[in-house]
Design a protein around this ligand. Structure first.
Ligand SMILES: Cc1ncc(COP(=O)(O)O)c(C=O)c1O
Length: 412
């Protein structure tokens, strides 16, 4: 054991812990899991093979694994009010591929939101398998940055997709799930809502739920839901068998049981009063951060946010590309990602904006007054990029983050 701890990998883990501790994490898809989630993920459950589903496994010795997976499913049903849940997808991308596999043949048509409008690669983008093996069409957002449902309807009627994707990686407004369902029904498509980003907000009623409206709901478990990296597919009972078969044996092998246990722990946490307060605070923080940046002259896509994230047009705000802005902020320990903005004329690897999200910093206990401080750091760093000023801000950020704990890091 002692020898193992000399493994350089553990040195890198410590360095990464320090990086997480001394930085302000604004990547909208990231979070810090609890010590109990970490404990479940780091457990001996990883030793076990369990191909199949509870009580129907291809391997022996699964009596306890079965109980864990059943409990995880039951908690997911309770939290989201879902009829059928599959907790085995390895992550969000395979979950979305499993949905394609369940309902489409290669070459069939799928329709999703454009990447530059805030959609995800797996909703039919051309470089993804979802856009290579299936015939994909996409919808965008209007000039103001909102989904235009008449436009979505028109594209759906013109192209008659078999599957319609709603949901996003970078859209700061409320989605009208019912309107999407109406459109899907009008063209005879199955509607999928991908709530990867807002799952924690949906679980606590801080964002409208598509469950009971959308035929299929996919989600990652590691963003606002604050669980381990994984995913779930929730659906109406009638689609349950098709989904289960698509996940296994269609796409995957043995489930990651340690992750299933971690998801179960996170789902229990998601039912607590503390988690509800946490979710409310995520949205409050996002609004204050966006509003403070607007006061400082920043251009925010759609003018604000209704959820945990928003996009800043850095070209319009500070005459910098998203890559330049994220590099400068990275140098002062503020981490975020460059992001295309709607109707972006620049390419995705050097787009016109950045995406900012508050789930991780809210887990650390940051509140409205801290958002004002963070907006100040961003404003100062992007408006005066002299090495002397950036060094000063980096030291201030390190000092600022000191009092905000991260589970599993402060006792590493
Ligand atoms: C909306 C949405 N769906 C799916 C995914 C894919 O999840 P993963 O990275 O776990 O494959 C993401 C991740 O960013 C996402 O934002």
């Amino acid at each position: 054991m002692k020898e193992m701890n000399k493994d350089i990998i553990f040195k890198y883990i410590k360095q990464e812990a320090k990086r997480q501790k001394e930085g302000i994490e604004l990547i909208a898809s990231e979070n810090y899991v609890s010590s109990n989630v970490l404990k479940a993920m780091g457990s001996i459950l990883t030793n076990k093979y369990s191909e199949g589903y509870p009580d129907k496994r291809y391997y022996g010795g699964n009596e306890y694994i079965d109980e864990i997976e059943k409990e995880c499913i039951s908690r997911a049903k309770e939290v989201f009010n879902a009829e059928h849940v599959n907790v085995q997808p390895y992550s969000g991308s395979p979950a979305n591929l499993a949905v394609h596999l369940a309902f489409l043949n290669p070459g069939d048509r799928t329709m999703g939101m454009e990447l530059s409008a805030g959609g995800h690669l797996t909703h039919g983008f051309k470089v993804s398998i979802s856009g290579k093996y299936f015939d994909s069409v996409s919808y965008g957002v209007n000039k103001e940055g909102y989904i235009d449902y008449d436009e979505v309807r028109k594209i759906a009627l013109d192209h008659k997709p078999k599957l319609i994707w709603s949901g996003f990686s970078a859209y700061s407004r409320i989605i009208d799930w019912k309107e999407f369902k109406k459109i899907a029904d009008e063209v005879g498509a199955i509607l999928v809502a991908d709530i990867a980003h807002v799952a924690g907000l949906v679980a606590t009623n801080q964002y409208p739920s598509p469950i009971g409206i959308s035929d299929i709901v996919t989600t990652t478990t590691h963003k606002t839901l604050r669980g381990p990296r994984g995913a779930m597919i929730m659906c109406k009972q009638e689609y349950g068998e098709a989904i289960d078969k698509a996940v296994f044996p269609g796409l995957q092998g043995g489930p990651h049981n340690h992750i299933t246990a971690g998801i179960a722990v996170a789902l229990k946490e998601a039912q607590s009063k503390e988690f509800e307060e946490y979710s409310k605070q995520i949205v409050k923080n996002a609004k204050v951060l966006a509003d403070t940046l607007i006061e400082k002259g920043f251009n925010i896509v759609s003018g604000g946010t209704d959820n945990h994230l928003f996009l800043v047009d850095t070209v319009k705000s500070v005459n910098m590309t998203g890559r330049e802005a994220s590099d400068i902020l990275g140098s002062v320990n503020i981490t975020l990602n460059k992001n295309s903005i709607p109707h972006d004329e620049r390419k995705p690897w050097d787009p016109s904006g950045v995406r900012i999200g508050t789930p991780a910093i809210t887990t650390r206990g940051m509140k409205e007054e801290d958002m004002v401080k963070i907006a100040e750091y961003i404003d100062r760093a992007l408006r005066d990029t002299s090495e002397k000023k950036l060094k000063l801000i980096r030291e201030e950020v390190k000092e600022f983050t000191r009092k905000f704990l991260i589970p599993g890091i402060d006792n590493l």
